[in-house]
Structure formats: structure tokens, C-alpha cells
Design a protein around this ligand. Structure first.
Ligand SMILES: [Zn+2]
Ligand SMILES: [Zn+2]
Length: 150
């Protein structure tokens, strides 16, 4: 599934502004890696990002893509979507959102919910540590997997 042109534009603007503000050089390769991630809702892993970027930028190496993702993560420009325990998947949507995960095919989609944003945090968490962010993950069977089953 692809992200709207307007949203990609917004993500790219935020990306370039943040790079400028933090003094991170806007190299062609960084732009291309981020553009790839900004244009998809798939929350791809590094290997998938590498494969798609190298279709457009054949000269780019796997190592560069992996290092670029790590750098962008350090700078807060992308984040790891802790979705499927065994795969590091990336997310360029830095707005507050939640995830729907298909346990059958691994599809991941963003969704927004003010009600979930405001879920009360149990007091008992205080004994475990300080909460810095929350997100809700709904797991289930996506509609195309459900169709395939019938
Ligand atoms: Zn599915
Ligand atoms: Zn997401």
C-alpha cells in the first residue's frame, strides 16, 4: 500500500528540516533510503528497503542501506517498529499512531485513534519504570487473508 503524495511530501520536508537542524548531511543515499520508507505503509525490514532502493539506485550497497537506517534511527528520523519479535521493521510515520498486524501474512498497517492515545496508564507501571511512549498493537487476520480462507 502506498502513502499519499501529500503525506510523502510532508515526511520529506520534516526529514530535510530535521537533518538541517541537527547538522546531518543530506546525502543522495540518505534521501533515497528515507524516500523509500516514507512512501510505504508496509513497515519494511532493512533487507526489503535495500532491495527496493537498489532498484532505483543500483550503486548503493547493502551495507550503506543498513548503516543509513541505523543513523536515521539515532537521529530520530525513523524508528524501529517493534512489531514482530524476530524482525526489525522500520517506520517513517512519526505521528502518534497504532498498528494492526496480521498474524497470518505479517501485514502491518497504521491507524489513528484518539481514544487509544488516551488510554490510562496503570499506576503499577510506576514501579517498573517511567513510560515515555505507548502504542497499541492489534493483532488479527487481515481482510485479504480472511478472504483467502473462505
Ligand atoms: Zn494477512
Ligand atoms: Zn507505523
Amino acid at each position: 500500500m502506498s502513502v499519499s503524495k501529500a503525506e510523502i511530501g510532508r515526511r520529506m520536508r520534516r526529514f530535510t528540516e530535521t537533518c538541517r537542524a541537527s547538522g546531518l548531511k543530506l546525502t543522495h543515499q540518505r534521501m533515497e533510503v528515507f524516500r523509500e520508507l516514507a512512501g510505504t505503509e508496509d513497515h519494511p525490514d532493512a533487507e526489503t528497503i535495500y532491495k527496493s532502493v537498489s532498484r532505483r539506485v543500483p550503486a548503493i550497497s547493502r551495507d550503506t542501506v543498513y548503516r543509513t537506517l541505523a543513523t536515521l534511527e539515532e537521529e530520530g528520523l525513523v524508528r524501529k517498529a517493534e512489531i514482530l519479535a524476530n524482525r526489525g521493521r522500520y517506520d517513517a510515520n512519526m505521528d502518534r499512531h497504532h498498528h494492526f498486524v496480521c498474524t497470518e501474512c505479517g501485514l502491518v498497517r497504521d491507524f489513528y485513534s484518539e481514544a487509544l492515545d488516551e488510554l490510562p496508564i496503570p499506576k503499577s507501571i510506576g514501579t517498573l519504570g517511567r513510560v515515555e511512549s505507548t502504542h497499541v498493537q492489534l493483532r488479527g487476520i487481515c481482510s485479504s487473508c480472511a478472504r483467502g480462507k473462505r
